[in-house]
Design a protein around this ligand. Structure first.
Ligand code: G1P
Length: 296
């Protein structure tokens, strides 16, 4: 993958209340998914797409996150002395992945507010926003496709996925028009977390965005919306509705494997799915799962 100059922004300043008490002293992005914290999957996805510069927006409990991406010489020395090359490589991987920067959000006033905190670091260039609750399988390279679409259309690109109408109220939802390419739609409107009745489609935003820097100026004046929070969806609605020099908004319709780690049951499902697919764990886990399920 060629390196590209797009930076990635990963908001990780939420309170993670659904996972209390695990998230009392630890950001939810640090919860392990099999044997890696969720946020490491997201950083690896960014680097797989050629991104080298990652900004993490942090809230409280910053140290856990920054320590994870630092090297730990004592631990590395012990593993080296034991000759445990495999574990040594795993420990070193998280500190060698990318140039990782941190900025504090202060008060958690919503996703739009978190993204606005990236302005000084990102400057006047397009950038990716990646939410840690959505993990995208590395075999289905969504972000690479989004960056390509962004480059060819010179527009903001968001990831959309068809979801069950009973779950649509948990997402930003798009009004779309076809483009002639089955995997790409023109987004003409967006609404944050509508009721099933009011949803304009079953195409939900999943947490990947390649944004034009014009979004910063819009976010500066975006009023709190759903839940009293400054919503990224509301700012993107302005870009989508105005078909102007800012390029508009396109959606890449994702049909690959996505794991939701934002909800406790989905988080458990993600761990089971990912572990049973792994070469080192699956062979032992799969037959056990079958027996376990047969007894339920
Ligand atoms: C956020 C966005 C929403 C999007 C979702 C994807 O909501 O506001 O538009 O559909 O992420 O995971 P959250 O899940 O943080 O409430």
């Amino acid at each position: 993958m060629p390196e590209n100059r797009i930076k990635a922004v990963i908001p990780a300043a939420g309170l993670g209340t659904r996972f209390l008490p695990a998230t009392k002293a630890m950001p939810k992005e640090m919860l392990p998914v099999v044997d890696k914290p969720a946020i490491q999957y997201v950083v690896e996805e960014a680097t797989d797409a050629g991104i080298r510069d990652v900004l993490i927006i942090i809230g409280r409990n910053k140290n856990n996150l920054s320590n994870h991406f630092d090297s730990v010489p004592e631990l590395e020395e012990k593993l080296r002395a034991k000759g445990d090359a495999d574990k040594l490589a795993r420990v070193q991987k998280s500190s060698d992945l990318a140039d990782i920067h941190f900025v504090r959000q202060g008060e958690p006033k919503g996703l739009g507010h978190a993204v606005l905190r990236a302005r000084a670091h990102v400057g006047d260039s397009p950038f990716a926003v990646m939410l840690g609750d959505d993990l995208i399988d590395e075999r289905d390279p969504l972000l690479t496709k989004m960056i390509d679409e962004h480059e060819s259309r010179q527009a903001t690109v968001i990831a959309l996925m068809e979801v069950d109408p009973d779950h649509i109220h948990m997402y930003g939802v798009a009004t779309v028009e076809p483009t002639g390419d089955d995997d790409v739609v023109k987004v003409t409107g967006l609404v944050e977390k509508p009721s099933k009745e009011d949803a304009p489609s079953n195409l939900a935003i999943i947490g990947r965005y390649v944004l034009s820097p014009d979004v910063f100026e819009i976010l500066e004046r975006t009023e709190p919306g759903k839940g009293g929070e400054i919503q990224l969806t509301d700012a993107l609605e302005e870009l989508a509705a105005a078909d102007d020099a800012r390029g508009g908004v396109y959606g890449v319709v994702f049909r690959g494997r996505r794991y939701d780690t934002g909800d406790r049951v989905d988080y458990i499902k993600a761990i089971v799915q990912l572990a049973s697919d792994r070469d080192d764990l699956g062979a032992e886990l799969r037959p056990w799962l079958k027996d376990f399920a047969a007894d339920l």
